[in-house]
Write a protein that binds this ligand. Sequence first.
Ligand code: HEM
Length: 510
Amino acid sequence: MSFAVTTIIFAFLLFTFMYFLFKLFLHSKQKTIIHEKPPGPPTLPIIGNLHILGTLPHRTLQSLSKKYGPIMSLQLGQVPAIVISSSKAAESFLKTHDIVFASRPKIQGSELMSYGSKGMAFCEYGPYWRSVRKFCTLKLLSASKVEMSGPIRKEELSILVNTLKKAALVGEVVNVSEVVENLIEDIVYKLMFGRSKYEQFDLKSLVQEGLALIGAFNLADYVPWLGIFDLQGLTKSCKKVSKALDEVLEVILTEHEQAANVNKTQKDFVDILLSIMHQTIDIEGEQNLVIDRTNIKAILLDMIVAAIDTSATSIEWALSELLRHPRVMKKLQDEIQNEVGNKRMVNEKDLKKLNYLDMVVDETLRLYPVAPLLVPRESRESTTIDGYFIKEKTRLIVNAWAIGRDPNVWSENAKEFYPERFVEKKMNYLGQEFESIPFGSGRRRCPGIQLGLITVKLVIAQFIHCFNWELPHNISPSNLNMEEKFGLTIPRAQHLHAIPSYRLNDAKLE
Ligand code: HEM
C-alpha cells in the first residue's frame, strides 16, 4: 500500500472517530440542556416553596423573578410550576406554545362548585371545552349580543345615578366599592337571569361566598393527600355553598322553563342555554356532546364568577386613581363634556369618541390586571422552551401584574398612573401584544373582553360625568390607601369612599 493510500485511510478513520466523538459530546450536552429546569428558589420537603408566597403572591413572585429570571421554577407542594414574568416569555408560552398550555389544572374549589369543572373557565382542554367556548362566544358574548344588552346597563346606571344624586344633595360619604359591586351584580344577573332581585333567596351573598371560596388558597390543591383532613374547612364550606347555589340555580332554571312560551323581547343567558338543552353542541363531531342541566348550571356559574369581580374591581381601581390624580380626572371630564355636553348622561355610542377614556382604562388594566396571575394553566405534554425542559402537568403561572409594571418595557415611571403613555399605543387585547395582558392571551384568553370593556368604560364615564368626587375630609389624594388584597381578583384592601356632587345641568336619562 502506498504512503498516500495509507494516509487517506488514516485520515478517514480519524475523521470518522472525531465525528462520532463530537456527536456523543453534543448529544450528552443537548441532553443536559433539554432536561434542565428553569432556575428557582430552594425548596423544602412536602411544601416545596409554598411558604414563601406570602399574602400577596404576585408581589413575592415579582421580586423572586428579579433574582431567578423571567422563566422561573417553583415547587408548590407536590405541584411543579413555572412562573412567567416578562412579556417576551409570555409571548413564548401563550403564543408560540399556547396549545401545550391550553388546559387548566383540576382545583378542588371548581371541582366542587362548578359541577366537576363542567363549565368553561376551569374546564380541561378538549372537545367539550372547545364546543362550550365556541357556543358561548357566538351566542352569549358576541359583539351584537353585547350591543343588544345595552339597555340593561343604561337602566341600572340610571337607577344608580338617581340614588347618588340623593346622596349628593346631603353631602353623604358613599362607599364607592360597595356601590360599584352592587351595580355590576345587578347588571350581570339581569343579563344572565333576566332579573336581579329574588325574594326567596339571597343570591348576592351566596355568589359572594362562592367567589371567596373559589379564590381561596386551598392546601389540598398542592398537597393532595392533606385533602382528606380538610384542615382549612374549605371542602365542607364548598359543599355547603355549592348545594345552596344549586338550589338557587334550579329555581331560576325552572322559572325560565315555565315561562318558555312567554314572548320576550330580550332573551337572557338562561333562555339561550335552555334552548340547547338535550342537544349536541359538538362542533367537531368527534363525540356526542349533549348539553344537560348540569352543564347549563356549570356554565352559568363560571360566567358569573368571571364577570362580576373582574369588572367591579377594574372600575374600583380606575376611580381610585382618578381621585388620586385630579389632573387626569379633570382632563377626562373635559373630554366627555366636549363630546356629550353637560345636559345629558353618557350613552354607549359616545364611548367610541372618548380616546382619553380608553387611555385611562388601558392604564388602569396595566397597573391593576384584576387577575394578577391570570387563571392557572397546566401543560398537556412535556416540552422544551428556551432550552428549559417542562414536564407534563406543570402548572403555568403568568404574572400579568409584574409584566404590566416591567420598567424595561414601560420605562422608569412604570409604577406611575400616567394614561398619556397610551397616546401612541392603542391596546386591543386581541392576543398580539404581550406588554400588558389583563385579559390573558391565547386560546384561554378572556372571551368576555367586549362585555367587560364596555361595562367598565360606561360606568367610569357616567360616574365622573354626572358627579364631581371628593375624598372624605381626612384623606388627601396623596395619602389614599392603595393597598390590594389577594383572592380570585385583587380588589382594594380597604373600600373606596368618596363624596359626590352632581354636576349636570339637566340630566335626561338617554
Ligand atoms: C374587565 C373585565 C374582565 C377582565 C379583566 C377579565 C380577565 C380575564 C382573565 C385574565 C382571564 C384568564 C385568561 C387566561 O387564562 O389567559 C379570563 C377568563 C375568562 N373570562 Fe374574563 N375578564 C373580564 C370580564 C369578563 C366577562 C364580562 C365575562 C363574561 C360574562 C368573562 C368571562 C370569562 C371566561 C368564561 C373566562 C375563561 C375562559 C376559558 O378558560 O376558556 N370575563 N378573564
